[in-house]
Unconditional design. Structure first.
Lengths: 222, 222
DNA sequence: AAGAAACGAGAGCAGTGCTCTTGACAAAGA
DNA sequence: TCTTTGTCAAGAGCACTGCTCTCGTTTCTT
């Protein structure tokens, strides 16, 4: 590796790092090539030697974000008890949520609304499958575990809040209602933001089935 | 109502209409006051007589979008069989999804990532509760209905696709897995994009309970 | 009818992405 | 070792953005 190639890799990394910093505190539209260049003590045009356009820089950051959330999920899965599929699921879920809360703008970058005019290049779909693989693996393990049928009660603090929301319903049922809500919302967002199109094709029927499942839980509550 | 007030209301409506049109085909960041003004045959500065800033115009559009999706939900609920809570739920779900697919950028405006630097003014929270009210009402009705316990099978087309995704699992279980996935994703997005903070306070415990519920379904499958 | 308020138009400021040209420097070939 | 070749930072410049200010003009209110 020549000195030039090394310098190039280093500068590319610095550009991505400061760009990520800017996005972290202002979101995607706050990403300004000139501002990044200013922070690095170079002139804006010099930046085009490393990224052909603003979108290209954004794409690189999106790929990194997909990779980051995928790694978070994999790590959480590994750190959970291998035999307990439920523990694995919850570990992954909490880890992904933690990452999302810590990096809200990066989460929005990959799971929020796509940047207008931006079309995901092929480079992004491979890192995107990383977390999908983890989730599918864990869910398969859960499906193969046979556990007694019971519907868990929410913990005391949650139960109190749920009682405040719907005083005339048992908290467990309200919790299932919010789960149904989250599920519906999540299904729409997954479909709309393009994380489903390569998996499910008859999305009308699929969504209808999901809606049915969502309220089955509510009915199973008591 | 004076002629001036009438003209003002009319022009305000035209501005919002063309702004909505621009957003529909380019997203929120494609909303340019100058472009809107150009389309209306006026100069950009004149537009500031009607909206004090770009964000104010965006806020008006967000309020309208919340109102639109709320009305869609209410209308769907009314058009369903009043006695069949499950039918009401599915009608609302399909209607909201339809609206989201028809108006993706407006959906992203209210349920996708918030525009950077944009903080939702108080005006937006009241229209935002409209759909929440509908969903809670329907879910309450579902909770009060007593129905036999059974886990519905996915329709044939969906079952085939699910079998392709996970060949070694029963399609019904794969469907429940994707429902769990959508639920987790939806819960994170709801929390992150600020549609939950005025409802749930101990979000850590709440999210943990949701995660548990999500996989209960998977376990209940066979 | 006179004053006040609202209005549209225009110029101008600071910022943006991006392109093109210029000169300096390093890496390889003769 | 000298020369060519390609890469690099820098600067000027274009078209665009949100926004502010000023200027006459129109409309409503008193």
């Amino acid at each position: 590796m020549t000195a030039r190639a090394r310098a190039r890799a280093e500068i590319t990394g610095e550009i991505k790092a400061t760009a990520r910093r800017h996005i972290a505190e202002g979101g995607a539209t706050a990403l300004s090539l000139r501002a990044v260049a200013r922070d690095l003590g170079m002139v804006s045009s010099a930046l085009y030697r490393y990224f052909p356009s603003r979108d290209a820089l954004l794409t690189a950051l999106i790929v990194d974000a997909f990779d980051a959330v995928g790694e978070v999920a994999e790590k959480a899965d590994r750190s959970a008890s291998p035999g307990d599929a439920g523990d694995r699921w919850r570990a992954v879920g909490h880890a992904v949520r933690r990452w999302a809360l810590d990096n809200p703008h990066e989460y929005a970058l990959v799971y929020g609304s796509p940047v207008p005019g931006y079309v995901a290049p092929p480079d992004t779909i491979e890192p995107a499958t990383r977390i999908t693989t983890v989730l599918m693996t864990v869910l398969s393990a859960i499906a193969e575990e046979s556990v007694p049928r019971f519907m868990p009660e929410p913990p005391a603090s949650t139960a109190a809040e749920l009682a405040a929301i719907a005083p005339d319903l048992p908290p467990a049922q309200t919790a299932l209602g919010m789960a149904a809500w989250a599920q519906m919302f999540g299904a729409i967002s997954l479909e709309l933001f393009g994380h489903l199109e390569s998996v499910v094709y008859d999305r009308d029927a699929f969504f209808d089935h999901l809606l049915t499942l969502a309220i089955m839980e509510v009915r199973l509550a008591p």
